[in-house]
Write a protein that binds this ligand. Structure first.
Ligand SMILES: [Zn+2]
Length: 555
């Protein structure tokens, strides 16, 4: 049984960047030997033990071990990259695409899908990418926040996405106004003065209001009056003349523009009439020469409005829509509005709080942009909504940072022990990275009377023979007994901290704070260093001072 478990633990660990997953290994073991279900309790215990043992090894060591016992790890499946499907009617050098973030906050991991897919397609077709900041006035609930402009650009830089030109919707109001005139003149739009409730009721019942019959001249005059501020908020809207009997009530004479008196962070109160999202897109996608639009499949009605306008205006070369499903992360609540409120109330520390899942927060946690890109691309362009565990992203990230991150000891819930009758050592040398000995060693001070280990380890392993990593084997107790210089593979191995040590704080992905102690070498690191706290996980050093602040990446 042990051999079988070890085999699957190693295969799983090597596949996923050095970290075997208990559930996955258990599943494989039971699939291969179903009769083991009869002694499931012992199997679970054994799998736990072996997975932990395997995970305490570095990726290189795991590969060595696998080779020793003759396991072949098939690689083709994991290395295979999903190629994106071709864009319809796309010609090399002629593709123009756009990113359209609404600046109600920085880009988060869900938005990264839109960004990366656009970027990949533009590269694939050697096309152009425009950044069109979608800063129309928004709503009372979801509005433009001034700091979001820079945060979005910063996020794109971090992702390595280059755009050819930047546009701001808020600078293009006059263009939308002109286009409104054009639609009125083509008898495709009218100014409606019905109050919101009448408008809704008529739409529901398919009734045309009196304003629909206004002449072009009347509409033009009213439209100009809207723009010059003669109407107050709620008194008039510009509506698209679709069909008041359209089977989809939401599409019946949709509102294209409305009076909004709120202040805009970029243009203040200069403009009183603001376009709805889909109207501004119908104009800009056309005028900016966009050829392909990648869009969440939840925005189908926006497509319909754009297409309706283009068809009525007899536009021959219409942009093409390509849809994809929503990406969510099981552990994340992806809402900028929620995040903004949580920041305002002080619940979140800021836009880089790990709970926002903003690109800034991922950077702070030591997630690498290349890992995020691979993660996004691994999901392709599927139309299905995908909700994935963050572990898939972490596995990509682990592959990148495992070789970079040097190893250190830390203990979060310290229990003090001492070792009797051991050798008198004042200092231990341990490699900075087990796979790259050439990086050198760190010196860990040691005092056999003052050793701290994790409380959990102490409780689980008391009385057992345990390897203190880089040190020796003891029989674990408050007064541990020295057993041997050797640390055997089968024995549990635990990290430790002695004296002197440094205080650390770790900001966890759920926003909680863990405190503990670590070996003093941590104090010599520069900010931004990536480390692996052995048996705790990977982290990014955020601040080095009296205490060291780290942001947790993942296990
Ligand atoms: Zn009306």
């Amino acid at each position: 049984m042990e051999e079988l478990i070890l085999k699957h633990a190693l295969i799983n660990a090597i596949r996923y960047g050095g970290k075997a997953d208990f559930q996955a290994v258990l599943g494989k073991v039971l699939a291969e030997k179903p009769e083991l279900r009869e002694s499931i309790k012992e199997v679970v215990k054994e799998v736990k033990k072996i997975v932990e043992s395997v995970n305490s090894l570095s990726l290189e060591e795991q590969k060595k071990k696998a080779e020793q016992i003759g396991i072949e790890i098939k690689k083709e499946k994991i290395e295979e990259e999903k190629e994106l499907p071709p864009l319809p009617e796309a010609e090399e050098g002629k593709v123009v695409m756009r990113l359209a973030p609404f600046p109600s906050g920085p880009l988060h991991i869900g938005n990264a899908r839109m960004v990366i897919l656009n970027d990949e397609y533009v590269k694939k077709y050697k096309g152009k990418l425009f950044l069109v900041i979608d800063d129309t006035i928004g709503s009372e609930e979801k509005f433009v926040i001034p700091e979001a402009y820079d945060l979005i650009i910063e996020g794109l830089e971090w992702l390595g996405v280059k755009y050819d030109k930047i546009f701001y919707k808020s600078e293009r109001l006059e263009i939308f106004y002109e286009f409104g005139e054009k639609l009125i003149k083509a008898e495709l739009a009218y100014v409606c003065e019905c109050d919101a409730e009448t408008l809704r009721k008529n739409r529901r019942e398919g009734i045309e209001c009196e304003h629909r019959k206004q002449s072009i001249e009347e509409n033009l005059e009213k439209w100009r009056n809207m723009i010059s501020g003669k109407y107050r908020e709620g008194e008039a809207v510009l509506r698209l003349k679709t069909d008041m009997k359209h089977p989809n009530p939401a599409f019946r004479d949709r509102v294209l523009a409305r009076v909004v008196e709120r202040e805009h962070p970029r243009v203040g109160k200069k403009y009183k009439v603001w376009p709805m999202l889909e109207f501004s897109w119908a104009v800009d996608d056309l005028l900016l020469g966009i050829t392909h639009i990648l869009r969440g499949k939840d925005l189908i009605i926006e497509d319909m409005v754009e297409e309706f306008i283009w068809d009525k205006l007899k536009i021959e070369k219409k942009p093409k829509f390509i849809h994809y499903g929503l990406l969510s992360i099981k552990e994340a609540k992806l809402s900028k509005t929620y995040a903004r409120k949580a920041i305002e109330s002080g619940e979140y520390s800021g836009w880089d709080d790990p709970r926002t899942w903003s690109l800034q927060s991922l950077k702070k946690r030591g997630i690498q942009p290349e890992a995020l890109r691979k993660f996004i691309l691994s999901m392709g362009l599927s139309l299905a909504d995908v909700s994935v565990p963050a572990e898939i992203l972490y596995a990509e990230n682990r592959k990148i940072i495992d070789p970079i991150a040097n190893r250190y000891f830390a203990v979060l819930n310290p229990v003090k022990i001492s070792v009797e009758n051991g050798k008198e050592i004042r200092e231990v040398e341990a490699p900075l990275h087990p796979d790259f000995k050439e990086r050198g060693f760190r010196k860990i001070p040691f005092d056999s009377r003052k050793i701290w280990i994790e409380k959990e380890d102490f409780e689980n392993l008391e009385g057992k023979e345990v390897g203190l990593i880089n040190l020796f084997t003891v029989k674990l107790g408050k007064k541990s007994e020295f057993i041997s210089e050797e640390i055997r593979f089968e024995d549990p191995k635990i990290q430790w901290v002695s004296e002197p040590n440094v205080k650390i704080k770790i900001v966890m992905p759920d926003g909680s704070l863990k405190e503990g102690i670590a070996e003093p070498a941590l104090a010599n690191l520069s900010e931004n260093s990536l480390v692996q706290l052995i048996r705790i996980g990977f982290a990014r050093v955020d601040k080095v001072g009296k205490e060291i602040v780290l942001y947790f990446s993942h296990k």
